[in-house]
Design a binder for this molecule. Structure first.
Ligand SMILES: [Zn+2]
Ligand SMILES: [Zn+2]
Length: 435
C-alpha cells in the first residue's frame, strides 16, 4: 500500500521520498519541505556575504602593524639585555683602569724610594745601573702605552642564534596527511609518553629530566625533575607557561625556559591523569572510574570554576583517558571498564560538555596502562594514538575516521609541533615527521 504523507495532519498519499532525510511526502508538502530546506540556504549566503564584507575591510597593513608589536617588544627587550651587559662591562672597564693606575702609581713610588735611597746613601753600585735603567724604561713604556692606548678592550661580534628565537605562524588550509610512519626524519630518546609543545619549543622527559628542544630539534635546556610521575603536560598560551600534571604531587607551572618550576597551591593533590588548556580555563581529569573534569580559571590563580562529574563528564563506569581543547570544544578519549574495553572519542562543547559527536574507535583487552591519547591537528582534525592496537586514527573534524594507520612502534602520544612537525611518542623515543 502506498504510504501516507509524513506530515501528521496530512491525509494525502505520499508522492515522493525526500533524498535528504528519507521522508515520505505528498506533492504539496514535498514542495513546502523543499522550500523550507532551500530557504535555509539564503541566510547562510547572507551571513557569508557579511563575513566576506568584513574580511574585505581588513587592512592587512594594520594587522601587520599590530602583530609587529610582538617583534618590536622582542627588539626592545633584546636591546635592554645588550644595554645591561654593556653597562656591566663599562663598570668592569672603569674598575680595571683605576686598578691599573693604582698599581702603576705604586710601582713608580716604590722605584722612587729605591732611587732616592741610593742617592741619599750614595750606595749605588755599578751593577745597580742597568737594573734600574730597565725598571725606569719599562715604567716609561707602560705609562706611554697607557696614555696613548689605555687598556686593551677586545670584542667579538654578537652572533644571534636564530633557532627558537622567534616563531611566525604559517597558516595552512591543508589538512594534515599522515606521514609514512616508517620514515621519521629525526628521532629523540625519551623515558615516558608525555610531551607538549608551544610553537617554539617541545618539552619531553628523558631520564627524569625535563628536556626542551627547539624547532630544529636542538637540545636547548635540561631541568632535573624531582617530583612524582608526570601524567600529562599542556601549554597555556594565555600565561605563556607549561602546565605539568602529576599522579600524586599536584600540578606545576614551568616557564618556557625551564628556569622556574612552581606548584599551583590553589589546586588540591589528586590522582590526576590528563590536562588541556583553553584561553581562560585549565581542564584536568581524574584517574578514576567515573572520571571528573576539574575546570580551573587560568586568569585568576587557578581558582576552581567547575567540577564536572559523571554522568556529565563521562559514564559512572567509564574512564576519561585523554582530553584536548580546540576553540570552544574538548575532544575526549573515553573507555568503559568492562573486560573488553570499548574506546571512543567524543567531541564536546567546552562550556556545557554537550556532545557534538561521538565515534567508536576500537575494542581492546589490553592492559589498562596502554591507553589512547588524542592530539589536535591542523584544520580542527584529530589524531588518536592507540598503543594497544599499534595504530593511529586520523579523525575528521565532524567525527569520522579519515585514516587508520598501523604503527608497529606502539604510539602512545602525539603532538603537532608548530604547524608542520608531527611528533609521535612511543615511550622509548619521539619520532618526528614533516606534515
Ligand atoms: Zn527532507
Ligand atoms: Zn502532505
Amino acid at each position: 500500500m502506498q504510504p501516507l504523507c509524513a506530515v501528521d495532519t496530512c491525509k494525502r498519499k505520499c508522492r515522493g521520498i525526500c533524498c535528504c532525510c528519507g521522508k515520505y511526502l505528498c506533492l504539496d508538502h514535498f514542495k513546502e519541505h523543499d522550500d523550507r530546506i532551500n530557504s535555509q540556504v539564503t541566510p547562510l549566503g547572507d551571513q557569508l556575504n557579511e563575513i566576506a564584507d568584513e574580511f574585505s575591510k581588513i587592512v592587512v597593513d594594520d594587522i601587520i602593524v599590530h602583530c609587529r608589536q610582538v617583534l618590536d617588544k622582542w627588539r626592545d627587550d633584546s636591546r635592554k639585555t645588550i644595554d645591561l651587559f654593556y653597562q656591566e662591562k663599562c663598570k668592569e672597564l672603569e674598575e680595571r683602569c683605576i686598578q691599573r693606575v693604582n698599581d702603576q702609581q705604586k710601582q713608580i713610588d716604590n722605584t722612587k724610594v729605591k732611587i732616592n735611597d741610593l742617592i741619599r746613601e750614595r750606595e749605588a753600585t755599578y751593577e745597580d745601573i742597568p737594573l734600574l735603567t730597565t725598571i725606569v724604561n719599562d715604567i716609561e713604556r707602560d705609562v706611554n702605552r697607557f696614555k696613548e692606548e689605555g687598556i686593551i678592550v677586545d670584542t667579538n661580534p654578537l652572533i644571534i642564534n636564530k633557532k627558537g628565537l622567534i616563531y611566525i605562524e604559517e597558516w595552512s588550509l591543508d589538512e594534515v596527511d599522515l606521514p609514512n610512519i616508517s620514515f621519521p626524519y629525526e628521532e629523540i630518546g625519551c623515558s615516558i609518553y608525555v610531551l607538549a609543545s608551544n610553537n617554539r619549543f617541545l618539552l619531553l622527559v628523558q631520564n627524569s629530566n625535563l628536556c626542551l628542544f627547539d624547532r630544529d630539534l636542538n637540545h636547548v635546556k635540561k631541568y632535573s625533575w624531582e617530583h612524582d610521575i608526570i601524567c600529562d603536560i599542556c601549554w597555556s598560551s594565555t600565561l605563556n607557561i607549561f602546565i605539568l600534571v602529576t599522579d600524586k604531587d599536584g600540578i606545576f607551572l614551568v616557564d618556557e625556559n625551564l628556569t622556574s618550576i612552581k606548584s599551583i597551591e590553589t589546586i588540591e593533590k589528586k590522582n590526576w591523569l590528563s590536562c588541556t588548556c583553553s584561553n581562560s580555563s585549565l581542564f584536568v581529569t581524574t584517574n578514576s572510574k567515573g572520571s571528573d573534569i576539574f575546570q580551573f580559571n587560568v586568569l585568576s590563580s587557578f581558582n576552581l570554576t567547575k567540577q564536572w562529574k559523571p554522568e556529565t563528564s563521562c559514564g559512572i563506569q567509564e574512564y576519561i583517558y585523554s582530553i584536548a581543547n580546540n576553540n570552544e570544544t574538548l575532544a575526549m578519549i573515553i573507555a568503559n571498564t568492562t573486560t573488553t574495553k570499548k574506546v571512543r572519542i567524543d567531541l564536546r562543547s567546552s562550556t556545557t560538555l554537550d556532545q557534538l559527536w561521538s565515534l567508536n574507535l576500537y575494542d581492546t583487552n589490553a592492559p589498562a596502562k596502554l591507553i589512547s591519547r588524542v592530539c589536535l591537528l591542523r584544520c580542527d582534525e584529530w589524531l588518536v594514538a592507540d598503543p594497544s592496537g599499534s595504530r593511529l586514527f586520523h579523525i575528521t573534524k565532524d567525527g569520522k575516521i579519515k585514516q587508520s594507520l598501523d604503527d608497529k612502534l606502539k604510539p602512545m602520544n602525539a603532538v603537532l609541533f608548530g604547524s608542520n612537525i608531527l611528533a609521535i611518542n612511543t615511550t622509548k623515543c619521539v619520532n618526528f615527521y614533516r606534515v
